[in-house]
Design a protein around this ligand. Sequence first.
Ligand SMILES: [Mg+2]
Length: 377
Amino acid sequence: MTRVRSVSSFPVAYPEPNDDGNTRHLLFVRVEADDGTVGWGEAITMFEDATRATAQLVEGIAELVVGSDPLENVATWRRVKRASWWYAHRGGVAAFALAAVDIALWDLKGKLLGQPLVNLIGGAERERLPVIASTHVFDESMEREAERHGRYVRDDGYAGVKIGMGKKGGTRLGYEVERDVEFVRLLREAVGPDAMIMMDRGASLVWDFDTAVRRVDAFEEQGLKWIEEPFEPDNHESLRRLRGHCRCLIAGGEREWDARGFGALIDTGLVDVIGCDVGRAEGITGVLRVIALVEEADDVWFNSHAWSSAVNTAASIALSASTPRCLLQELKPLENPMQHELVTEPFAQHDGFVAVPRRPGLGVEVREDVLAKYRLT
Ligand SMILES: [Mg+2]
């Protein structure tokens, strides 16, 4: 019987062109079976301290994984989750470690069985997903930024754009209502009448209820598809009032860690689109439990928060394609190291769609020389 022979981690720091070249961090996990087959996982740790902490946790978790049967990966997931009872009850950094190890084990299992991940999790509802360009804006000229995003739709074929506000750089979206309203007007002009537009508040901003309503009203005049995280997650009162007022969808959920947290959020009835990152929310095994809850609820959608590496994107596409309750897939439009250098065949959209990976496991080939190049030392 094949056993897991080793578990190792690769912390990286890399410049993200889609975030104005700012440095971001990730943790990769590599599992190897005793026949030499390798599986890859990733945690979207983002910050250096969280990345180093997660690498340390993976080192500790390794003894629970080495020697296990790769086909019994969910049992291994349970064992690792139980072992973190003291420092990760209902979430925390250990969920990153569990996510990265779990994704790597699913990749390994798929490669050993010769099956793509999407088949291992029950099969694809669709062979391709609509793709939007998920981006930040940073140029001080709103006209130039609107035009850049217009080109993603008109020239490249993306089905829409999602824009994070409150980011570094000169565009300064999310701070002044009139400026935000003018930007979305320019954006609609640039992308044309049919493209989806989503706006994401960004965690560094705090909007009061009245200015949030003014934004959403004006954005809706431009056909806003959804407003993402308009308030801090626990501000249910503002969310409830906004939901009673607006027509667009409300997205949220990226601060949750596990199915229990996502379930409680779904039960509030205040969020239409559940944003969930496989590299954060306890991996593929964890996210499958979230998707099951989404499917049980009425009129709730699952959305992969996949603003990370190609390993994360591969797992996210398979998960999203496995459920009928998914609207789209997000891709970063500018070429970047963790999507375009990391794997031999980067993900790309064609005519506004991305295909579900069909090669065994995650279906991507990770280049270890690229991990060495960006390794956090
Ligand atoms: Mg977001």
